[in-house]
Design a binder for this molecule. Structure first.
Ligand code: SAH
Length: 400
């Protein structure tokens, strides 16, 4: 018998309409013995079946939903989920054979977006980098790896379970090769540019694939411009700008290691002459540029998530406003501002009204060119607004 989680009466449970999270405050009782990570059955206050999920009382999200159908949750279940996630990428990218032979980068599994909460699987030029971020999914790691080998046929596999969120779930941090080791510095194609992915020491799984389409979209607007790529990481945006004929790109990031990757990638693509690099804090550096009167034809802003919880939204918005306001000031009249937020806790509306505020204070008008989000291999689900986490806007900045 599976343990039963009974939902509290008089609460509007989002889970009824397909939301994948149940918080401890929504639970009346848990009937039956269980260990953290076990599969549980969720029932409504009248005792009717709602869904199946895994439980971890140590996490504020006590139950994460695996299925809305009453079925066996076993190895076959997880293998089917992985297969369906991979099939969806076949549909998106028109890939016929195995992703292990593809020169590009793809997110193959994105957690709740693929009904596999806690699991992230990226593939970079045939090499898989994965994370099992919750106890409930970590238990099925070997099954998931078998499925990846079967449906993806990767050249190699690397485990990036060194993410601090694992500690919150009561799990150890670990990273390393699964099976045969390989060169951890991977050359990958992205929209015709060679980018470098450090699968071992890079941030998160090694590269931010969610902005992939946006990097391509900005390209044609940056021809002939002097570009500031702020929060550049390994240079994805700036490299794309250079392919599109940008006059030059100044890469700015707080991480030396990230800039080393950006520099190596510029060299490999033959852009050494047009690229410059600066290690610093974007907040300080933009203030400094503003004071010195340094101006750019385009500024790209792609900061990390400033809001890690709903409580942090207000302070995060003031941080976003500050950098956007400064960016608007250092863009030339008629120049381009590309700005993003990947904070799941900040809604598209909050992001847009922050930008409007910043424009007002900077005394500029923003002409909207592109309003976009994450690439579709990071799925957005109906009934789950949290899945729409990436906001990307491109404006022409008008000062006259
Ligand atoms: N634009 C990148 C992704 C950026 S990720 C891409 O296309 O791949 C966010 C980056 O911001 C990280 O590289 C991190 O090192 C950097 N960062 C975080 N805080 C910063 C700060 N205050 N100033 C400069 N860089 C910062």
């Amino acid at each position: 018998m599976r343990p039963v989680v009974r939902l509290l009466p008089r609460v509007t449970h989002r889970v009824f309409s397909g939301h994948p999270w149940i918080f401890s405050s929504e639970i009346g009782a848990v009937e039956g013995a269980f260990s953290p990570g076990d599969i549980v059955e969720v029932r409504d206050p009248k005792g009717r079946f709602v869904c199946l999920g895994y439980i971890n009382p140590e996490s504020t999200i006590t139950v994460r939903v695996l299925s809305r159908e009453d079925r066996d949750i076993d190895e076959g279940f997880f293998k089917e989920r992985v297969r369906r996630a991979v099939e969806y990428r076949h549909l998106l990218f028109g890939v016929k054979g195995s992703f292990g032979d593809e020169p590009g980068g793809y997110r193959l599994v994105f957690s709740e977006g693929d009904f596999l909460p806690g699991l992230v699987v990226d593939i970079f030029a045939g090499y898989v980098s994965f994370q099992t971020l919750t106890l409930g999914i970590d238990r099925w790691k070997e099954t998931i790896l078998d499925a990846i080998r079967e449906y993806v046929n990767p050249k190699g596999i690397y485990e990036r379970n060194d993410a601090p969120v694992r500690a919150l779930e009561g799990m150890p941090l670990r990273a390393g090769y699964v099976g045969e080791p390989f060169d951890p510095l991977i050359e990958m194609d992205e929209n015709g540019v060679t980018v470098l992915v450090d699968i071992q020491r890079g941030q998160k799984t090694g590269y931010f694939l969610d902005q992939s389409d946006n990097r391509l979209v900005v390209r044609k607007y940056l021809t002939g411009k002097t570009v500031l790529d702020a929060f550049s990481y390994s240079g994805g945006f700036g490299l794309s700008a250079l392919v599109g004929g940008a006059l030059n790109v100044h890469f700015l990031d707080a991480s030396e290691a990230a800039l080393d990757l950006a520099k190596a990638a510029c060299d490999r693509n033959g852009f050494a002459e047009k690229a410059s690099f600066e290690c610093g804090n974007v907040f300080d550096v933009l203030r400094d540029y503003e004071r010195k009167g340094l101006r750019f034809g385009a500024v790209l802003l792609d900061p990390p998530a400033f809001a890690r919880s709903r409580k942090m939204v207000e302070s995060a918005l003031s941080g976003y406003k500050e950098i956007n306001l400064r960016a608007m000031k250092v863009v030339k009249d008629g120049g381009i501002l590309c700005t993003s937020s990947c904070s799941q806790h900040i809604t598209p509306q909050e992001f847009d009204s922050m930008l409007e505020d910043a424009a007002k204070d900077a005394r500029v008008t923003l002409r909207l060119i592109e309003r976009r989000g994450q690439r579709s291999d990071h799925p957005i689900l109906s009934g789950v607004p949290e899945t729409e986490y990436l906001k990307f806007r491109m404006f022409q900045v008008l000062k006259a």
